[in-house]
Design a binder for this molecule. Structure first.
Ligand code: ATP
Ligand code: MG
Length: 250
C-alpha cells in the first residue's frame, strides 16, 4: 500500500530524512516511534505530498508519486495524478484542524462535496454513518469549540474517513489530549485497525504500539533504523538507540 524507498529531505542545511525506506502492506498497522526531531512527521507528510521529497521514490498502492532517476533528479507525477493518488490517504493531526466556523456535520461533508463532487444527501449519509461509528452522532450540530479534545479528535478521524481513503496516516493523534481523553481516541483507532484499515501511526503511546500495531518502525536522526514485528521489537529492539529510547519511554 505504501512503498517508500531511500527518501531524502533537507530543510536548508538540516538533513531531516537520510534515506528512509518503508513498505506497508494492505491492512497493516505500523507504529512509527522515535525521539523528537527524528523526522517522523516529515516522513509522514512526504507520503501525501504535504512535503516534497528531494530524492527517493514514493508509491501509494503501486502508483508512483515521485521517483528519482539515475542522475539523481527527482520528479513528481503531474498534478492531477498527484491529487488522485494522494486522495487514497487520509491524515489526522495532533491538533485536529477542524474548521471552527462549521458544525461537526458540516466539517465532515465539506471535502466530499467540494473535492469529490459527492451530492449533499450522499455526503450527509456518509457523515452520519461515520459519526455513529465514532460515537458522536448526537454532536452533529455542535461547533468544535463545544467539544472535548477527545471528541474533536474523533470528529477529525471521521472527517478523514469521509473521503473514503484506503490508508490512514496519524501524526501523534493523542499527544495534545489530557490523559483521560486518549483512551477514547485510541479505541476508535483500534476499531479501525480491526476493520483492517491500513494505518501508519506516529505515536508515543507504547501500549497502542504494542497491542494494536503489527510493525514498529523506529526513527532516529533522520533514519528509519528498524522496522520489526511489534512483538519482536518490544522483546528485543535489536538496536542500541532503539533500546535506549524504549527504556526511556516505558
Ligand atoms: N517546515 C520546516 N522547515 C524547517 N525545518 C523543519 C520543518 N519541519 C520540520 N523541520 C525540522 O526537521 C526536523 C524533523 O522534524 P519532524 O517534525 O519531522 O520531527 P518529529 O520526529 O516529528 O518530532 P516530534 O516528535 O517532536 O514531532 C527537525 O529538526 C525540525 O526542526
Ligand atoms: Mg512530529
Amino acid at each position: 500500500m505504501i512503498d517508500a524507498r531511500d527518501v531524502r529531505k533537507r530543510f536548508g542545511h538540516n538533513e531531516v530524512l537520510r534515506g528512509v525506506s518503508l513498505r506497508v502492506a494492505r491492512g497493516e498497522v505500523v507504529a512509527v516511534i522515535g525521539p523528537s526531531g527524528s523526522g517522523k512527521s516529515t516522513f509522514l507528510r512526504c507520503l501525501n505530498h504535504l512535503e516534497t521529497i528531494d530524492s527517493g521514490h514514493v508509491a501509494i498502492e503501486g502508483q508512483t508519486l515521485a521517483t528519482t532517476d539515475a542522475q539523481g533528479r527527482c520528479a513528481y507525477v503531474p498534478d492531477a495524478e498527484l491529487r488522485r493518488i494522494c486522495a487514497k490517504t487520509g491524515m489526522v493531526f495532533q491538533h485536529f484542524n477542524l474548521f471552527p466556523h462549521l458544525t461537526v456535520l458540516q466539517n465532515l461533508i465539506e471535502a466530499p462535496m467540494v473535492v469529490q463532487g459527492v451530492p449533499r444527501a450522499e455526503a450527509v449519509a456518509r457523515a452520519e454513518t461515520l459519526l455513529d461509528k465514532v460515537g458522536l452522532a448526537a454532536k452533529r450540530n455542535n461547533y468544535p469549540s463545544r467539544l472535548s479534545g477527545g471528541q474533536k479528535q474523533r470528529v477529525a478521524i471521521a472527517r478523514a474517513l469521509c473521503m473514503q481513503p484506503d490508508i490512514m496516516l496519524f501524526d501523534e493523534p493523542t499527544s495534545a489530549l489530557d490523559p483521560e481523553l486518549t483512551g477514547e481516541v485510541l479505541r476508535t483507532m483500534r476499531e479501525l485497525a480491526e476493520e483492517r484499515m491500513t494505518m501508519l501511526v506516529v505515536t508515543h503511546e507504547m501500549g497502542f504500539a504494542r497491542e494494536v500495531a503489527h510493525t514498529v518502525a523506529f526513527m532516529d536522526q533522520g533514519e528509519l533504523i528498524a522496522a520489526r514485528p511489534a512483538r519482536e521489537f518490544f522483546a528485543d529492539p535489536g538496536h542500541e538507540r532503539a533500546r535506549a529510547f524504549l527504556e526511556h519511554m516505558l
